[in-house]
Design a protein around this ligand. Sequence first.
Ligand code: PLZ
Length: 450
Amino acid sequence: MTELSGGSALPQERRVVTAIPGPKSLELQARRTATVAGGVGSVLPVFTTRAGGGVIEDVDGNSLIDFGSGIAVTSVGASAEAVVRRASAQLANFTHTCFMVTPYEGYVEVCERLAELTPGDHAKKSALFNSGAEAVENAVKIARAYTKRQAVVVFDHGYHGRTNLTMALTAKNMPYKHGFGPFAPEVYRVPVAYGYRWPTGPENCGPEAAAQAIDQITKQVGAENVAAIIIEPVLGEGGFIEPAKGFLPAIVKFANDNGIVFVADEIQSGFCRTGQWFACEDEGIVPDLITTAKGIAGGLPLAAVTGRAEIMDSAHAGGLGGTYGGNPVACAGALGAIETMRELDLNAKAKRIEEVMKGRLAVMQEKFPVIGDIRGRGAMIAIELVKDPETKAPAPEAAGALAKACHAEGLLVLTCGTYGNVLRFLPPLVIGEDLLNEGLDIIEAALGRL
Ligand code: PLZ
C-alpha cells in the first residue's frame, strides 16, 4: 500500500525484489572493500539511492522499512520537505563563510530555537558544532572553564563519542576504544540505575544506584574536584536504559549542592524522539548544559551545547569554535526540521509509536521468553534478549540472528547494549502506522523462527 509521509515523495511501501543485499549492492560493496578503510563498518551493506518517510530505497530497487533513522537522526524523515526546501535555498545563497569570520542569521536563529525548546526558563546561550562528540567535548571545556575544576564523572553503559576525550567518557571497550588508548585523564565512571539488572530489583534501583554513585564520587574523586557530571537521560548505545525513577533527580541535586555542572547528553534522546522535546523533561530535570545533535537537523551535520548563560559565557572570547561549526546549510536544515516537528506534532507521533510498539511487543513477550525486557520511551524502544528470563544471561547471538532475519525481509533494525543483546527500534517519527505494523509483523515472525 502506498501512502505519503513526512513530505516524502517516495512510495511508502516495503518492496523486496532481490536478495538483501542485492547484486548491485554486492558490486558496490566489493569496490568499497577495496578502497574504504576496514575500520568503518556498516550494519547492512545495501547501497542507498533515496530515503524518506519510513523507507530506504536501494540500488537494486528494494524498499526497506526503516527502524533505524540513521541512528536516531532522520526523525522528520530523510528528505523532509521543509529541510530540503530551506537547505536548498541556503545552498544557492552561500555554502559557508565560517561563523567566526562573518556571521549569518541562521546560526542565531538555531540558538534562539534551542533557548525556547530546552528545559528551564533561565537565560540560555548556545554554541554550534558539527558532531555529537564535538558537542560533548565542548561541554567539558565549558564546564572546566566555569568551575576551574578538572574531573568529569560519567556512568556505566554511557556512550558519548569516538574522539579521544569522548572515548574516555564512553564505557564500552569493543568496538569503540579497543587499542586506541591512552585515553584522556580525569574521567571517572560510576554506577547507573539499570533497573532490569539491579540486584535488589527495579523498585529499589533508583535511590540505591544514586547512593552508590554519590558515594563513589565523594570518596574516590571528591565533589569539590568535579567540573561536570554527564549522563544520557535515556542511555542509547548502552542499551536504551532508562535510569530507574529517582536516580536522575538525586544526581542533579548532588550536582547542584556541590557546584558541579550537570550535563544532559540528549544527542540520541532529544528532539521529540522520546515523545518530549527532551527526555530529561520526564522527571522535570533542568540541566545546566544540554548537548544535542542527530535529530536536530533532519540529517545534516549539526550539534549544539546549550545552557545557563553564565556558564556558557565562562569560556574566554575566541575559546570556542571550529571552521564548520554551525554551517549555514546545516542551520537551515535544523530550522526546517524544527518547523516540521512543530507542524506535525512529532511528540504526539512518538507517543503513538510507543503505544503501538509496546502493545505488540508485550504480546510477543508472552510467547517468546527470549524477550527479557521491553523498555524505552516514544520512538526509542528496545527489547533486551536473554537466554533465560530467570538468570537474565544476555543473548547477543539471538539479537544478531533476529536483526539478520529482519534485514533479509526488508526491515532495517539495529542492535545495541553493553552485552550486544538489545534490539532497538528508532523509526522516523513520520513513519506511517501501516509500515510500523508491517515491521512489527516481521519481528514477530522472525522471533517465531528463532
Ligand atoms: N552522545 C548519546 O548517541 C552517537 C554512535 C554510532 P556523533 N551515537 C551513535 C557510532 O557507532 O559511532 C552519540 C550518542 C550520544 C554522543 C554521540 C556521538 O555523536 O555525532 O556520532 O559524534
